[in-house]
Structure formats: C-alpha cells, structure tokens
Design a protein around this ligand. Sequence first.
Ligand SMILES: Nc1nc2c(ncn2[C@@H]2O[C@H](COP(=O)(O)OP(=O)(O)OP(=O)(O)O)[C@@H](O)[C@H]2O)c(=O)[nH]1
Ligand SMILES: [Mg+2]
Length: 184
Amino acid sequence: MGLTFSSLWSRLFSKRETKVLILGLDNAGKSTILYRITMGSVVASAPTVGSNHEIYDYKGVRFGLIDIGGQTSLRSSWSQYFQGTEAIILVIDSSDVNRMSMVKQELMKLVTDEQLKTSLLLVLANKQDLPISQGRQTPAQVSEALSLTDLREREWQIMGCSALTGIGLFEGMDWLVGKLEARG
Ligand SMILES: Nc1nc2c(ncn2[C@@H]2O[C@H](COP(=O)(O)OP(=O)(O)OP(=O)(O)O)[C@@H](O)[C@H]2O)c(=O)[nH]1
Ligand SMILES: [Mg+2]
C-alpha cells in the first residue's frame, strides 16, 4: 500500500516532520547511528550532552530525528522531548550484558509514559559486528533480556544492526515507514 495523496502531502510537501526520538544508555551508539543514517558515514563523536537534531527525508517521510544523551544524569531530561513523538528508536549496545536490566528499566519508563502511548517502538540491537566471544548478544537474546514479547498494545520491532558496517539500519527505517504508512 502506498501513501495516500493527502498523507503524502501532509508528510512531505507540507514539510511536516515525523518526530522520532533516538534513546538508549550512554555508549549504545545513538549518535553514530544518527550520522550513519543521515550522512552515510561513521562520524566520531564525543558523548552527547543535550541532543542532536537532524532532518532526514526517506521514502516519502520527512523524519525529525532527535538523538539525546544517554548518560545517567541526562536520562531524567528525556521526558522533556516526549510530546508529539511518533516513534522511539531504542538503541542497545548488544555487548553491554551487565546493563541489560538497566535498559529494561528505562524501557518500562518509556512504555508506561502517557505521552508515548501511541509511539512506535523500534529496538536496535547495535554492535552486531562484535564477536560473540566479546559477549555480544544476538537480537533474540536482547529481546528476551528486555521481555519484549510481554509488551501489550505496542507496535514494536527488534532489528540487529551495526552502525559501523551499516547493516540493519535501513531495514529498521523501512519498518518505521511501513508502519507510518499504515497509520496514514
Ligand atoms: N563495534 C561497534 N562500535 C560502535 C557501534 N556503534 C557505535 N560504536 C562505538 O560506540 C561508542 C559510543 O558511540 P556513540 O554513538 O557516541 O554512543 P551514544 O549512544 O551516542 O552515547 P551518548 O551520547 O553518551 O549517550 C563509540 O566509540 C562508537 O564508535 C557499532 O555498531 N559497533
Ligand atoms: Mg551520543
């Protein structure tokens, strides 16, 4: 199903931005993913203090991608960005096994927030380029650690990816576009 004329007009020609928050713990790879998608290359970046905002046109959708710093002291500020969020991209460092329970706690805060009630949820199990010997988990293992199948009344998807090689990122974006199209 393609975009209807009115929704295409609304999403592209009227320059309406589809607001997407890129969230996750510090060092997950959020900023690397943001610039890999929007600039097509890996850009070295320091830990984010505050946020990075990029506009990105993809398959008829004008995305407003907002990458917010994930350090502990910054996470309480995430909620300032929630209003009007159509999708959350939750980025996970798949080798950071010791902090999976912390990620799960943050995820629970997101999915129970009233302002994010209808937001799509794309979980990116990042750093899939790392070897299993370094403790890197598969997307299925990440999904289990976060109990994603327990999420009710939420449109969600998990995708393995690597910001370094680029694998998986556009499959994730395609899922978002498909879901946004279906919503009209
Ligand atoms: N091996 C590997 N390293 C990655 C990948 N993505 C990001 N990194 C590395 O992980 C580190 C942190 O990446 P950032 O993108 O700065 O992480 P962030 O989530 O934006 O961190 P904060 O801004 O502190 O919240 C950097 O050294 C990146 O090069 C990946 O897919 N594979
Ligand atoms: Mg960052």
